[in-house]
Design a protein around this ligand. Structure first.
Ligand SMILES: NC(=O)C1=CN([C@@H]2O[C@H](COP(=O)(O)OP(=O)(O)OC[C@H]3O[C@@H](n4cnc5c(N)ncnc54)[C@H](OP(=O)(O)O)[C@@H]3O)[C@@H](O)[C@H]2O)C=CC1
Ligand SMILES: CC[C@](O)(C(C)=O)C(=O)O
Ligand SMILES: [Mg+2]
Ligand SMILES: [Mg+2]
Length: 345
């Protein structure tokens, strides 16, 4: 995004660009179920593409959607939205490639396979991206609550001359132009998304939480105390940043927290952490991470499986599960009490 980046809203999108078109949504996972249901609720003709025997087929049918194999649904579609996992996309693309007709659109929610040349579409189709900046389940929840979800729009290939307009209409139909759609490129979306999820949003924050938790527990504090301090309250603090930036958070916490945070934050996340972040970014930019991830999948995901298990086995997960169960029970009780008060009134 540059200083003059364009942001598009509902009024910038033309429904006519999509209303008579058929969309094949491949995959019915986090993004797939949200795109498919939001499109259908916006009056668009949607079909869901899943392999025979897929565990997602029943869910899509229960949600009232027509289901076929990726090849079957792509055959009748104007827009094919590729929402299976990134590592599966090249194989699924091979199944649907011959169904693409001139003027059709290949639509993505992340640029990995286009940017790293794992999918090479024919020149006569549009290749676009609407990348919601949120997990899919929140994309669906926001749509149902009449709220918007910000997204990025990019056009890699404009065979029809109307790729951007159609992508905007798609973004409107899944609820993104309600919040704002920012124009970017496949390269910028891919590299910033991978960097963000690795260094900050998913990897960085999980490691920060675990290191904080372990520091307190190793120093003799109770695991419950460490959980509340390092994980539970994270959401509440991030909510303040989400609503009003870092300033919103600094304004709300005590002066003591603000002074301690401003002096110690950079001690923890220091120049060394910054150098590590730069290395993470370099591996994304020069394709090292992409090659590693593709090879890891070709080898049957040995490291991924082991790392996933180690994360599940971390003590903070068991402690958190116990505490959250107590919390939910306490909340239910509070609601019951409130209902009782209302009824008594
Ligand atoms: N997760 C997110 O919120 C975000 C994801 N993205 C991007 O969206 C895209 C989709 O990611 P995400 O939603 O996480 O994916 P998911 O892992 O949630 O996708 C799982 C779905 O894909 C189906 N699937 C798996 N293999 C195949 C196959 N061979 N043929 C057909 N369907 C298959 C699964 O069916 P089955 O039940 O049979 O396994 C399931 O329905 C990616 O490009 C990702 O980077 C972008 C923004 C956020
Ligand atoms: C932050 C992770 C993400 O990039 C996302 C939800 O936006 C993803 O790939 O899931
Ligand atoms: Mg993302
Ligand atoms: Mg991502």
């Amino acid at each position: 995004m540059t200083d003059d980046a364009s942001i598009y809203y509902d009024e910038d999108a033309q429904r006519s660009q999509i209303e008579d078109k058929t969309v094949a949504v491949l995959g019915y996972g986090s993004q797939g179920h949200a795109h498919a249901q939001n499109l259908a609720d916006s009056g668009i003709d949607v079909r869901v593409g899943l392999k025979e025997g897929s565990s997602s087929r029943e869910a899509a049918r229960e949600d009232g959607l027509e289901v076929g194999t990726p090849k079957e649904v792509a055959a009748g579609a104007d827009i094919v939205s590729v929402l299976v996992p990134d590592t599966i996309q090249p194989a699924v693309y091979e199944q649907i490639e011959e169904e693409l007709e001139p003027g059709n659109t290949l639509q993505f929610a992340h640029g990995f396979n286009i940017h790293y040349n794992q999918i090479k579409p024919p020149e006569d189709v549009d290749v676009t991206m609407i990348a919601p900046k949120t997990p899919g389940h929140l994309l669906r929840r926001n749509y149902e609550n009449d709220e918007g979800t910000p997204a990025l729009l990019a056009v890699y290939q404009d065979a029809t001359g109307e790729a951007k307009e159609e992508a905007l209409a798609y973004g409107q139909a899944i609820g993104c132009t309600r919040a704002g759609v920012v124009e970017t490129t496949f390269r910028e979306e891919t590299e910033t998304d991978l960097f963000g999820e690795q260094a900050v949003l998913c990897g960085g924050i999980a490691s920060l939480i675990k290191q904080g938790y372990e520091t307190l527990v190793d120093a003799g504090y109770s695991p419950q105390m460490a959980y509340f301090e390092c994980l539970n309250e994270m959401k509440l603090i991030v909510d303040l940043m989400y609503e009003d930036g870092l300033g919103g958070m600094w304004d709300s916490v005590s002066d003591t927290a603000e002074y301690g945070g401003l002096t110690q934050g950079d001690v923890v996340i220091d120049d060394h952490a910054r150098e590590n972040m730069e290395q993470v970014l370099e591996a994304v930019q020069d394709g090292t991470f992409a090659r590693e991830w593709i090879a890891e999948n070709q080898a049957g995901r040995p490291s991924y499986t082991q790392l996933r298990q180690a994360e599940k086995d971390h003590e903070i997960e068991a402690v958190g599960a116990e505490l959250r169960a107590l919390f939910a029970w306490a909340e239910e009780e509070t609601e019951d009490e409130q209902e009782k008060v209302t009824a008594d009134d």
